[in-house]
Write a protein that binds this ligand. Structure first.
Ligand SMILES: [Zn+2]
Length: 399
């Protein structure tokens, strides 16, 4: 028991130091000791371990010249250690190998055929990734899924993945194939939200990140902790019903937010406005199309944006009533709805919901691009699941 505690403390301290160096490259051991409140001796020995294991280097001692060198300038070491991130979607698997310093060094798009998600992922990893990267440089694998991930029952529930390729034995396929590597199954919205928190440096401790993608998802941070980890099993905001008598959703519920204001519903709403617009020529209408046209004054686009606001705003107000986040960040493709949507939403929230909570609520768009999900998945794996003090093989993490 004592050994376990010591390992836990050591792992936490190594991560703390690593992340402090990440925040301030070139930091010295003395500054690290002050910021981490660890003793100088402890910092010195942990820094030596990080250097030895290729996570960081001391740019003062690495350089060969002795003149004017600063013997105490710690930097993250890039090009040494990676996390493999695979994102499953309806028709393809996108793979990125990401340096733990945050740069993507390898990308691959695989169109799915008859192989299941589990089998295709193993194929990609063993036949492509391991050809390019030595296994000792790979810390682990994050599989990013638009799904609810149930660790207790070892089940993945998704309304957007191809059901015939998401076979019931997916977890056993992964376990069988990846017995030498740790694998984390992570929800997509949670990964994007984590990237926003870390890389866009969100300082608010209580916030909700709403992701508009093929579906609509939410991840909540309460006191800086992600609610329910990256499983999406605590909140299914996209399946909040805004119209109990509305259309049947694939989840079994009626009038879900996702089918009411998701991109697939936009064209129908545009036609319903009866307002002439060149947008009717588009067979698929996106948030970006609406956002751009509304900005330039297209009346039909503005009406559809108003319709989105009317449905989104009460759902958001009810979410605030339940958990009271102080900040709402709209990410993913939602931010392509542009300035008109954000302005209308903020206006609507002034008269919707429990005003004591709503009056101090801030709403803004996410800062990061569409790749954020991959970076978030890498960082989440490193921060939450990677363990400096344990052998990381044959482990599957749910969320
Ligand atoms: Zn639903």
């Amino acid at each position: 028991m004592k050994l376990v505690n010591q390992q836990l403390i050591k792992n936490n301290n190594l991560k703390l130091l690593y992340n402090l160096i990440h925040q301030e490259q070139g930091i010295s051991r003395t500054q690290l000791a002050r910021l981490s409140q660890l003793s100088k001796t402890t910092v010195s020995s942990l820094v030596d371990e990080l250097i030895e294991r290729n996570f960081i280097y001391d740019s003062g001692t690495e350089e060969n010249g002795a003149i004017g060198r600063n013997p105490n300038s710690l930097q993250l070491k890039s090009g040494e250690l990676y996390v493999v991130v695979m994102r499953w979607s309806e028709r393809e698997i996108e793979t990125q190998v990401i340096d733990i310093c945050g740069s993507t060094v390898f990308q691959l798009l695989t169109v799915l055929g008859s192989r299941s998600y589990g089998e295709e992922s193993a194929q990609i990893f063993f036949h492509t990734i391991l050809e390019e990267f030595p296994s000792q440089q790979l810390l682990g694998i994050s599989i990013v899924i638009p799904a609810m991930i149930d660790g207790e029952r070892e089940e993945i529930f998704s309304t957007t993945l191809n059901p015939s390729l998401l076979t019931p034995d997916t977890i056993s396929i992964l376990r069988r194939n990846f017995s030498q590597f740790p694998v984390a199954l992570l929800n997509d919205t949670a990964c994007t939200a984590y990237a926003e928190k870390i890389y866009a440096r969100v300082s608010e401790q209580d916030f909700a990140f709403i992701n508009f993608d093929k579906g609509i998802g939410a991840t909540l941070f309460i006191r800086n902790v992600m609610l329910g980890q990256a499983t999406a099993s605590y909140t299914q905001f996209g399946h909040y019903s805004v119209n109990p008598k509305g259309r049947l959703c694939s989840c079994g519920n009626h009038g879900c937010l996702e089918i009411t204001i998701g991109e697939d519903a936009l064209r129908e709403q545009l036609l319903k406005t009866g307002t002439p617009t060149p947008l009717t020529a588009l067979l698929e209408l996106t948030y970006a199309d609406l956002g751009t046209s509304a900005t330039y004054g297209d009346a039909a686009a503005q009406k559809v944006i108003q319709y989105i606001v009317e449905n989104f705003s009460p759902a958001l107000a009810n979410l605030v009533c339940l958990v009271h986040p102080k900040l709402i960040i709209i990410g993913g493709r939602g931010k392509e709805l542009g300035a008109v949507f954000l302005e209308e939403l903020q206006k609507s929230l002034k008269t919707t919901g429990f005003q004591k909570m709503m009056s101090s609520l801030q709403v803004r768009y996410g800062m990061l691009d569409s790749d954020a999900c991959f970076k978030g998945a890498m960082k989440y794996f490193f921060d939450i699941h990677f363990d400096f003090t344990q052998t990381m093989t044959a482990k599957i993490f749910f969320g």
